[in-house]
Design a protein around this ligand. Sequence first.
Ligand SMILES: Cc1cc2nc3c(=O)[nH]c(=O)nc-3n(C[C@H](O)[C@H](O)[C@H](O)COP(=O)(O)O)c2cc1C
Length: 313
Amino acid sequence: MTVRSASAIDLSVDVGPLRLRNPVLAASGTLGYGVEFSEFFDLTRLGGIVAKGLTRHPQRGNPAPRLVETASGMLNAVGLDNAGVDAFLAEKLPALRRFGTAIIANISGHTVDEYAEMAVLLAAATGLAAIEVNVSCPNIREGGIAFGASAERITEITRLVRQAAPRHPVLVKLSPNVTDIVAMAAAAQEGGAHAVCIANTWLGMAIDAERRRPALANVTGGLSGPAIKPLALRMVWQVHRALPELPIIGLGGIMSGVDAAEYLLAGATAVAVGTASLVDPSAAGRVIDGLERYCLRHGVRAARDLTGALEIT
Ligand SMILES: Cc1cc2nc3c(=O)[nH]c(=O)nc-3n(C[C@H](O)[C@H](O)[C@H](O)COP(=O)(O)O)c2cc1C
C-alpha cells in the first residue's frame, strides 16, 4: 500500500455557495473577533472565522459571573457583549481581512427588523464571506431563543436577511432548545437559508449548594463542550436525513479531528470549534490536522466525501 502525504487530501468544501478551504470554522463567540487570537494561532489555516455575535448597537452583556465549568462542558451567559455592527465594520473587519480566510459575521436582533437592518449594513462591506443569523442565543431577554423556537419567525427573519443581503450566503444558526429540530431547519430552508448551523448552546443552570446561590449571575446559561456532542450529533443526523439538500454546519463539543469526522458522517458539510478554543486557542488547528489524518487512515481522498457517509445497516 502506498502511503500518501497529508497534502494529497482535498479538504475544500462548498457550504452551498460558500467555498471553504477546509471544513473547520471557528465558532462564534469563542475566538473573539478573531484578531485577538492571531498571536496564538495561525488564523490563515482555518476554513473560516465566525466572528463574535453582533447586535445593531454596542451591548455590555450580562453581569459576572458569566462562565462556569460543568462536567465535560461549561455554561456561559455572556449575553452578547459586543461592539455593535458599526464598530465591527470600521475596526474589526478590516483587521480580519488580512488573514485571507473566510470571515463570517454573526448577527442577533432584538426585533425582526434589526436583523434586516444589520444585514443591509454588512452586505455593503468588502470582504465578508457570509452572514450567520443567530436566532438562538439563550442569554438575552428579548429575541434570541424565542425567535429560534418559532418556525414562522425563523422563516420570516431568514427571508428578510436574504432580501437585505442578496449576494451573500446566509447561514441560520438554530437553537437546540426545541422539540422538533427538523421543523426549524425546514423553516430556515423555506426562508431561503443556504445552510443551517446545528446548534447553539443548550439552556442549563448550575448551583453552588454551599452558598445556596446560582453559579451564574444570570441564573441560567448555555451549555457547550463535549457534554453536548451526542445531542448535537443526533440533531445533525435527523436534519440531514429529512432534508438531504440543505447543507449543515455541525457544532457542539468538537475537540478532535475524529469528532469533526463524526459530524461529517452524520451529514454535516462543515463543522465549527467553540469551547475547545477556550481551553487551547490552537484547538481548531489540531482539529484540521486530525481530520486530515482520519482521511488518510481511511483512504478518503476528499473531506466532502464524508458528508452523510454513515453506514447504518
Ligand atoms: C463563551 C461563549 C460565547 C458564545 N457566543 C456566541 C455568539 O455570540 N453567537 C453565537 O451564535 N453563538 C455563540 N456561542 C455558541 C457557540 O458558537 C457554539 O454554538 C456552542 O458553544 C457549541 O459549540 P462548542 O460545544 O464547540 O462550544 C458562544 C459560546 C460560548 C461558550
